[in-house]
Write a protein that binds this ligand. Structure first.
Ligand SMILES: [Zn+2]
Length: 290
C-alpha cells in the first residue's frame, strides 16, 4: 500500500516560511491499496490537494472518505474536494453520526448555506453516505476496515486498514493519558492498563499514524483537550509492537524547527525504552510505500 500525507497539522491551517518543511494543511491522509481505489482519512484542508492530485492521476475511479469526527480541522476541506464536481467518480463518505443522525445530514450542514455557497445538489459524482458504528469491521474491494472509539471530547473514530497482510492504523485526536502527573516512568503502566483494546487494535501494525499534538511540557497545560503528547504515542506504538510511527496533527504553533525537535525526542525516547519502533515525522506531500 501507499500512503500520501496531504495534511498533517492539527486545529487550524498555518502557512509561512517557518512551516515550509512540514506544511500547514490540516488532517487528510490518502491510502492507496491499488492505483484505482483511493481511501482518504479525514477532510481537513489537505483534502483539497488530494482531490487535485486524484484528478491529475486519472487512474482513480472509486474514492472512500472516512471522517474521524467533525471538528473543523477534519472537515474544512470537504467542499473543496474537486472530484465531487466531476461525473466520473464514485465517492462513498463514511463517519460516525453525532447530534445529527446521519452522515448525509452532517455533510449537508458542512456543504451548504450559511457555511458554503454550493450544496450536494451541485455534485456530479455518484455519492453514497455510510453511517458507521464503533467497532465496525467491513470489507471494501478486499480491503478490511475496522473502527475503534478513541478519547476525544466528541465521539471520534480511529481506523485500521488491512490489505494483503499490510496494516495501517490512523488515530488522530486521541488523548492517551489524561494526567498532569506524567512521569516518563509511569507512562508504560498507565497506557498498558487503560488502553488494552487500543493496544490490541494497533497490534503488529506496519504503520501507526497517531496524534502527537504536543511536546510534554505544553501538554501539561492542555489536559482534557483531547490530544496526546509525543511520548505517550511512542509508548502505545511500542506496546502494540508497531513497526513505524508517524507523528501527526501538530499544534499550529509548532514551526519546522520545533517538529524536528519533537522527532528527535521521540527517537531518543524509543531508544530509552528499548523500543524497536521507528519514529518519523509526517509532513504534507510525504509519500510512503509499505
Ligand atoms: Zn483535530
Amino acid at each position: 500500500m501507499k500512503i500520501k500525507f496531504w495534511g498533517t497539522r492539527g486545529s487550524i491551517p498555518v502557512n509561512g516560511k517557518e512551516f515550509c518543511k512540514y506544511g500547514g494543511n490540516t488532517s487528510s491522509v490518502e491510502i492507496l491499496p491499488s492505483e484505482n481505489i483511493s481511501f482518504i482519512l479525514d477532510a481537513g484542508s489537505g483534502i483539497r490537494n488530494a482531490g487535485i492530485d486524484i484528478i491529475k492521476r486519472k487512474e482513480v475511479e472509486k474514492i472512500f472518505i472516512f471522517l474521524s469526527h467533525f471538528h473543523t480541522d477534519h472537515i474544512v476541506g470537504l467542499p473543496f474536494f474537486t472530484p465531487f464536481y466531476k461525473e466520473n467518480y464514485s465517492i462513498n463518505i463514511f463517519g460516525l453520526p453525532y447530534i445529527y443522525n446521519t452522515i448525509e445530514k452532517i455533510v449537508d450542514l458542512i456543504i451548504g448555506p450559511p457555511f458554503f455557497t454550493l450544496t450536494k445538489e451541485n455534485f456530479k459524482a455518484k455519492i453514497l453516505f455510510k453511517n458507521l458504528s464503533i467497532g465496525d469491521v467491513f470489507n471494501i474491494n478486499g480491503v478490511i476496515v475496522s473502527t475503534i472509539k478513541v478519547n476525544h471530547p466528541d465521539p471520534t473514530l480511529g481506523y485500521k486498514i488491512i490489505y494483503k497482510n499490510q496494516t495501517i492504523v490512523y488515530i488522530t485526536d486521541n488523548e492517551l493519558i489524561q494526567n498532569n502527573q506524567l512521569s516518563l516512568d509511569n507512562i508504560e503502566k498507565v497506557i498498558r492498563e487503560k488502553h488494552v483494546d487500543l493496544i490490541e487494535f494497533c497490534k503488529n501494525a506496519d504503520v501507526l499514524i497517531h496524534d502527537t499534538s504536543y511536546d510534554i511540557d505544553d501538554y501539561n497545560e492542555r489536559i482534557g483537550w483531547g490530544h496526546s503528547n509525543i511520548y505517550s504515542a511512542v509508548m502505545l506504538g511500542h506496546l502494540a509492537k508497531v513497526k513505524k510511527l508517524y507523528l501527526f496533527h501538530y499544534d499550529p504553533s509548532y514551526d519546522d524547527n520545533k517538529i524536528d525537535t519533537l522527532l528527535n525526542k521521540t527517537q531518543k525516547f524509543s531508544k530509552k525504552i528499548n523500543g524497536r519502533i521507528e519514529c518519523y515525522a509526517s509532513s504534507d506531500y510525504m509519500e510512503v510505500e509499505i
